[in-house]
Design a protein around this ligand. Sequence first.
Ligand code: 13P
Ligand code: SF4
Length: 357
Amino acid sequence: SDAELDARIRAAKATLGDRAVVLGHFYQRDEVIEYADFVGDSFQLANAALTRPDAEAIIFCGVHFMAETADILSRPDQAVILPNLAAGCSMADMADIDSVTECWEQLEELYGTEPDADGRVPVIPVTYMNSSAALKGFCGDHGGIVCTSSNAATVLEWAFERGQRVLFFPDQHLGRNTAKAMGVPLEKMPMWNPRKDLGGNDEQTLQDSRVILWHGFCSVHKRFNVGQIDKARAENPGVQVIVHPECPMEVVDAADSAGSTDFIKKAIAAATEPATFAIGTEINMVNRLAAEYPQHTIFCLDPVICPCSTMYRIHPGYLAWVLEALVRGEVLNRITVDDEVAGPARVALERMLAARP
Ligand code: 13P
Ligand code: SF4
């Protein structure tokens, strides 16, 4: 029963004390979040992993790429545990190292590898945090960097200082929305299709490009549309519409503002007068915000429940299972990144941490 699970998780946590730290992403269900020692967006949780070098185990209630990142950034003897190994991210799976390497080779053939007169290399690879460790390693090895939705503009500025253009993967929407807000015209953002020569683009388009986008997307955020925003505004005069930058461009353009999960939370926390917010992001987070800020009316733009189905695979039962194993001295579901990938991936992550404004 739920009460029994609750008692087991609390007992295991009490026995483990500071030996274990539980991290929870904003999209986790409430029944998991209640046991988290840190709750945050993917950037904050990457930092949280760094702030607990004393803990023997980091139990990551999030998805696979987040646990990999925690393993890369944490001490080698710390175990990072993903309570359910099936908690992946469909967007992260949309770019693999072979396709990105092939793309890179075609771009090198096209642009060469020599810097221009200002010392800027032809292409800087930028990977969204929502990607495999192998892709972060690729960026580390090729002068590139990682970004999250909370620092994508800062990271793109970093990249434009060092490169004539950026190859951005896997999320086309975060890449497009961020570059557009920085003044990059849409015609300078061709999309790369790994199944076609030159990604399906002509040479001139690629020569003129500033950002080459990958074709990935988030299945949760692509559900949002402008019709939902129009409806929310028609039914709620004065509503503030805030969406995540993984939403399609026309949704971000129609919204009042767009930003990471932490940005959304802070925007609501900053409202001093009762207000109405229509939010374009994952439902568990929206419902939690509605409960935390009862003085406001907060609802999700999508009337059909839209959880991140992979985040949802972390169930309290799995949390109890891995915690109780730790009490017995057993490490289950450990996520480890091989040294040859972790080294360069750490370089790309550290560039991101250093690029923070
Ligand atoms: P944040 O970086 O805003 O936490 O988002 C992570 C994510 O997976 C959004 O879909
Ligand atoms: Fe991946 Fe989308 Fe889920 Fe985020 S919300 S973890 S991008 S599938």
